[in-house]
Write a protein that binds this ligand. Structure first.
Ligand code: SAM
Length: 172
């Protein structure tokens, strides 16, 4: 089964902790296998690993990576999400579903090299918005939402409930 990885470029620990945490958690919820973040941020690693520890799955986080090395060494297809890219609905059919995928999202201005290296520069609409929203919509369209309710075998499992909260906690 091909896997999906995220590369987050331009992370500033003092400003972006919450947004990058949400990039990681949203991608995890939608079925990605892990995230690479260009700036070292131990607090970010801990908060993502804390969620994975409680809610399960094998989502990984690595911070302080050299983004050029990750981008160039990736064995699979590279998608860069940018408001300047081609239309989402036209791009999705061109992305092979039988290869691992690296999805690149920025924080501030993304270096031109990323646009050149990516196999696909894809927009989620041509208006500026958010890396969290862009990534969530892209992954949902790509996977048809199939991972949203997949079992992660966590210490805590939430059971869908029309009202109230139902949580099953595993005894350790
Ligand atoms: N001004 C920055 C630029 O020119 O690259 C964009 C910064 S935006 C807050 C952060 C990230 O959100 C972008 O690097 C891109 O990955 C994502 N993003 C924002 N709007 C998008 C859109 N309409 N389509 C796809 N990705 C988008």
């Amino acid at each position: 089964m091909p896997r999906i990885w995220i590369l987050r470029i331009g992370h500033r620990p003092e400003r972006d902790k919450r947004v990058t945490t949400h990039v990681a958690l949203s991608s995890r919820a939608l079925g990605a296998s892990g995230i690479f973040v260009d700036t070292e941020d131990r607090a970010l690693e801990e908060s993502v690993r804390d969620v994975v520890g409680r809610f399960g799955g094998d989502y990984s986080i690595e911070t302080g990576v050299q983004w050029k090395r990750v981008l160039k060494g990736f064995e699979g297809e590279v998608v860069h999400l940018t408001m300047y890219g081609q239309r989402l609905d036209e791009a999705i059919p061109k992305i092979p579903q039988d290869r691992d995928l690296l999805v690149v999202v920025g924080a501030e201005k993304v270096p031109p090299e990323v646009y050149r290296e990516a196999d696909h520069n894809v927009s989620v609409g041509n208006q500026p918005h958010s890396e969290i929203a862009a990534l969530a919509i892209f992954l949902d369209r790509l996977t048809g939402g199939r991972n949203l309710y997949s079992d992660r075998d966590g210490l805590m499992t939430v059971i869908p409930n029309e009202r109230g909260k139902t949580v099953v906690e595993k005894r350790t």
